[in-house]
Design a protein around this ligand. Structure first.
Ligand code: SF4
Ligand code: SF4
Ligand code: FES
Length: 275
């Protein structure tokens, strides 16, 4: 390997039922590359260091500016976005090359492409949206104070990337397969019911906190709190803080955990006294 070239080791997997394996590719150095552009160069010429012509590496990408979260993977052991991981920085940290692996707590679809459906299901379970009862022009909504905006704006930057879930000791991969002869509809119903029993994780919890503090979104606050405290809910969090440490948007997730727990306590004390 010359100084003008560097190695990219990629953990691959042909489909969810098969074992992972490794391929190493040798790429020409160019300044200013990011990891997504490396994967594009590999796709243009998927030839390994041993000269074998192989299938291009599967991966996801969308916005290319760290907004959609789809390109999340483990890069040199750290979960992050491929589009914002700069090759110059990575090679400075480790001149021996770059290692790419899929996220560890989501089922692998193929290579670096994982199925993050569980994350989106948790957002659905906690009703992480502002409900509307009309699409007519109703004028401007209720105002939020500057203090409320300051507290809530950071939470609105979540891109559902799943880094916080990948780093969480309480969040373990759940794989649910469709039974032979099971209809698509029956499978989806069973899958969602099963996923709902597992830990929701920091991302959905923090979005529920955000929606509960929205002047219109809070109309669903009671049912969100009940969903947050159902099996797989906020009580499963061990408060170690790995989630906040890895969040690429630096969202104050531990503050969100505090807010979620406080609102749950108030809700159940009130419920107790209200009979
Ligand atoms: S604080 Fe809770 S959600 Fe965050 S990493 Fe720890 S257990 Fe997971
Ligand atoms: S909270 Fe942070 S790490 Fe978790 S999904 Fe949102 S942006 Fe990603
Ligand atoms: S492609 Fe959207 S975050 Fe990387």
């Amino acid at each position: 390997m010359s100084q003008e070239q560097f190695a990219v080791r990629v953990q691959r997997q042909n489909d969810p039922s098969q074992a992972p394996y490794w391929h190493t590719f040798l790429l020409d150095y160019e300044p200013g590359l990011n990891v997504t552009s490396l994967l594009q160069r590999i796709a243009a010429n998927p030839t390994t260091i041993d000269g074998a012509h192989v299938a291009p590496v599967a991966y996801e990408s969308g916005c290319l500016e760290e907004v959609c979260g789809s390109c999340t993977m483990r890069i040199n052991g750290r979960v992050r976005q491929a589009c914002s991981a700069l090759v110059d920085h990575l090679l400075k940290e480790d001149p021996s090359g770059i290692e790419l692996r899929p996220m560890s707590q989501f089922p692998v679809v193929r290579d670096l492409f994982v199925d993050r459906y569980r994350l989106f299901r948790a957002l659905e379970k906690l009703q992480c949206w502002v409900p509307v009862d009309s699409y007519d022009d109703m004028g401007s909504g209720p105002k939020q104070s500057a203090k409320q905006q300051e507290q809530n704006y950071p939470l609105s930057q979540c891109m559902s990337c799943g880094c916080c879930l990948d780093a969480c000791p309480q969040y373990k991969e759940v794989t649910i397969e469709r039974h032979k002869d099971e209809s698509e509809e029956a499978f989806e119903e069973r899958r969602d019911a099963e996923l709902d029993r597992h830990f929701i994780g920091a991302a959905a919890m923090s979005q529920a906190v955000l929606m509960n503090s929205n002047p219109i979104g809070k109309v669903l606050a009671t049912s969100r709190i009940e969903a947050m405290t159902a099996p797989g809910g906020i009580q499963n969090c061990g408060k170690a803080g790995n989630c906040q440490a890895v969040c690429p948007k630096e969202i104050p997730l531990m503050t969100s955990w505090g807010r979620a727990n406080r609102s749950a306590t108030i809700h159940y004390v009130k419920k107790f006294f209200d009979g």
